[in-house]
Design a protein around this ligand. Structure first.
Ligand code: FES
Length: 164
């Protein structure tokens, strides 16, 4: 490991512990856990130096780490707002007002899907494709937490708390 890794010593220790759970030579299986940790301590996104540090920690080619980071929707590879908000607009949520809820959030936040608020607090990530909470439609996800049967008023309250 180089001296100038952007990973904290705590993150490096956690990544090594995660890699140690896999058989010898299979340490790259810890890459999802490692990227999650790295993203979490970097304000919600992965820089190239951070992904390179993960690659070095797991002894894998950087390109393979980039491939994982850009494949899974839970990772961001550019700076985004601190809180990640997404709205499901798949069939059950669509029938129960998911698109209107998303439009309400875009208007309230004055941003479009894929954008972050000017104060860096909220990232309106995207329209989700069914998050398996159809009985709770319409639903939205905030920092991986589910909110179900969300009205415009509920969304305003949730967003208001995130803006503090
Ligand atoms: S359609 Fe929205 S959670 Fe399934």
């Amino acid at each position: 490991m180089s001296d100038k890794t952007p990973l904290s010593s705590a993150a490096l220790s956690a990544i090594r512990a995660s890699a140690a759970r896999f058989p010898a030579g299979r340490q790259r299986s810890a890459v999802l856990d490692a990227l999650r940790l790295a993203q979490s301590e970097n304000g919600g996104w992965l820089s190239v130096p951070l992904m390179d540090a993960v690659a070095e920690a797991l002894d894998m080619p950087p390109i393979q780490v980039y491939e994982v980071a850009t494949f899974y929707s839970m990772f961001e590879v550019r700076p985004v707002g601190r809180h990640c908000v997404s709205v499901c607009t798949n069939i059950s949520c669509w029938l129960r007002g998911g698109e209107e809820l998303l439009a309400h959030l875009e208007k309230r936040l004055s941003i479009g899907v894929g954008e972050s608020t000017a104060n860096g607090r909220i990232y309106l990530k995207k329209e989700e494709e069914c998050l398996a909470a159809c009985a709770g439609a319409p639903m939205m996800m905030v920092d991986h937490r589910y909110y179900e049967h969300v009205s415009a008023e509920d969304a305003d309250r949730i967003i208001g708390e995130l803006q503090r």
